[in-house]
Design a protein around this ligand. Structure first.
Ligand SMILES: *[C@@H]1O[C@H](CO)[C@@H](O)[C@H](O)[C@H]1NC(C)=O
Length: 252
């Protein structure tokens, strides 16, 4: 018993993702975009900017249809995706899976039918994956395949990062490299001369405050969508400037 408890405690201190339990399996469809080097997947509706260098999400990423995107609340979540080989043995790779991070929105096009480009129309569940991720589970020429997916914990290297954007009375804080549940439910900010203030989601994982915080060191309280809260005390020093990114040692 003691051994088991010690193992779990050790696990929770050394691995970022032991708190979040995977979901069951659901079905959806998948396509791909962004080119063989995934260069076209940079930017995107989650506001991560350069997803390779700046945020460390790499090339295994996906855009989500309206039904999955949840107005940006799903940004940063991780999904394990496997091709439904039994339904589509022609284009599916058998027994392969890939874990992708949600970094973008796949917009609906209501003038197109679901199998002719309208695959992201509500209420369809659809992953428009980066091409490198897609080619780990399916054959390029297939174009669109049926898949099974499961939401899984996000394993990240290093701590959560905060990027300061905006100007004076408008801070837009981009929060990246979030482990565990991966997606954020709520954020509080505190300047060294203020109390705690709730932030609002502006777009994707950009969180907004309308307080004058120049020249103050900043702390954050972040709660992920599984209800886990972490305190990031003084992670942004008083001499911060807009455009700067601050790594931390804290992870979910
Ligand atoms: C929807 O698809 C049609 C046909 O490809 C295209 O002409 C139109 O611009 C698309 N609409 C949007 C909003 O993307």
């Amino acid at each position: 018993m003691l051994v088991l408890v010690s193992f779990l405690v050790l696990c929770c201190f050394t691995i970022s993702n032991c708190g979040f339990s995977p979901s069951g399996w659901n079905s959806a469809h998948a396509t791909f975009y962004g080119g063989i080097d995934a260069s076209g997947t940079n930017g995107g509706a989650c506001g991560y900017g350069n997803i390779f260098s700046a945020t460390g999400y790499g090339t295994d990423t996906t855009a989500l249809s309206t039904a999955l995107f949840n107005n940006g609340a799903s940004c940063g979540e991780c999904y394990k995706i496997t091709c439904d080989y039994r339904t589509d043995p022609k284009w599916c790779l058998k027994g392969k899976s890939v874990i992708v991070t949600a970094t973008n929105f796949c917009p609906p096009n209501l003038s197109l039918s679901p199998n002719k480009g309208g695959w992201c129309n509500p209420p369809l569940k659809h992953f428009d994956m980066s091409q490198p991720a897609w080619e780990k589970i399916a054959i390029y020429r297939g174009g669109i395949v049926p898949v099974f997916y499961q939401r899984v914990p996000c394993a990240r290297q290093g701590g959560v990062r905060f990027t300061m954007n905006g100007n004076n009375y408008f801070e837009l804080v981009l929060i990246t490299n979030v482990g565990g549940a991966g997606s954020i439910k709520s954020v509080y900010i505190k300047g060294s001369k203020t109390g705690w203030m709730a932030m609002t989601r502006n777009w994707g994982e950009n969180w907004q405050s309308n307080e004058y915080l120049n020249g103050q060191s900043l702390s954050f309280k972040v709660t992920t969508t599984d209800g886990v809260t972490r305190l990031f005390r003084g992670v942004v020093p008083a001499n911060w400037a807009f455009g700067q990114t601050f790594p931390t040692r804290v992870q979910f």
